[in-house]
Design a binder for this molecule. Sequence first.
Ligand code: NAP
Length: 361
Amino acid sequence: MSDDATPTPKSPLNGLKLTLLAPLSGDEAPVSAAPVTNGSGKHVAARVVIVGSGPAGLTAAIYTARANLEPIVIGGVSGGGQLMITSDVENYPGFPDGIEGPELMGLFRKQAERFGARIVDADVNRVDLGSRPFRLWAAGVEYRAGAVIVATGAEALWLGLESETRLRGRGVSACATCDGFFFRDKQVAVAGGGDSALEEALFLTRFASKVHLIHRRDAFRGSKIMQARAAAHPRIELHLNRTIQEVLGTEHVEGVRLGKTDEPGEETLRLDGLFVAIGHRPNVAAFREWLETDERGYLRTDGATTASNIDGVFVAGDVDDHRYRQAVTAAGEGCRAAIDAERWLEVQEAHQAEAGAVTAR
Ligand code: NAP
């Protein structure tokens, strides 16, 4: 997601209903969107809280809302996940002519809200999953949940160069969809060798006069069809076995200094912009203390279902998937997590009802 100072395109969510729960303070009454509050009105209660509003989170919202679980989605300040920085999505079923990522996410959101999901545009910064109801905090509001679905996705990685950080928003970007427009008739480069890099390079040909695709190895990792398209494009030039040593420029990007991995020496490319597309890191910070991660830092599930190591907490989407990482697989996992949460809540609520009946006898 672009967090740079460069302007972003018109919001794809224009015209769609957004429900923002305001922070509660003291005796202030909760806003009307809050479904249940306790006596002091200091928390918002829900049977299911979904964290994340990418394809996984919003699909979980659609399914849990249609199961009458009245989910609250704490969707993140920027919301929508990685598809918000993806241009053409040609492989999401049902869209034979393709669809822009942000537009697709707008439709997901509209569908979830149609069935009553409440979407909060805030980041979860702390959770307590040690007892039930689970507790989560976002923008100063405490949420209590019978079940939680974690669908926080993964975020873009950077090369880690000082010059890259310094020039972010001044020609260095991780979002071609957001910033490509500013490079009309200019020379840009994309760093990376996966599908993201290939896709960004192809997208940038809509604006740039020349796109240099820089990859550190001699072979791309991305899909064959994208490789073939990039290689055949007249405005894309491939630079294999090249590593970016430095982004050149003081006020804005002027070029890159490249190291060679197949021969001695260095070379310089004159550029106006650099798009970094080298992969993603799972967003687990708020949950690390509670949920098990694998050796790459992605959340673990039990394998057969979306259950995490904590009973009542389910996981869906890119935050636990470093293998497939597709919008459609994330959406599928969101569906699975919703069904898992629904069944789990049903059992819990039946147990509670039984226990209540026994006490009443
Ligand atoms: P990825 O597949 O992990 O590729 C990351 C690329 O960046 C690799 O080529 C890697 O090089 C390179 N890289 C990593 N760290 C680097 C560094 N420090 N310096 C230079 N290069 C570095 O990530 P991705 O391209 O974001 O794709 C992630 C997943 O999403 C994949 O499964 C992909 O298929 C999917 N995806 C699909 C679409 C689509 O279908 N439309 C679009 C985007 C992404 P090495 O190859 O040498 O490791």
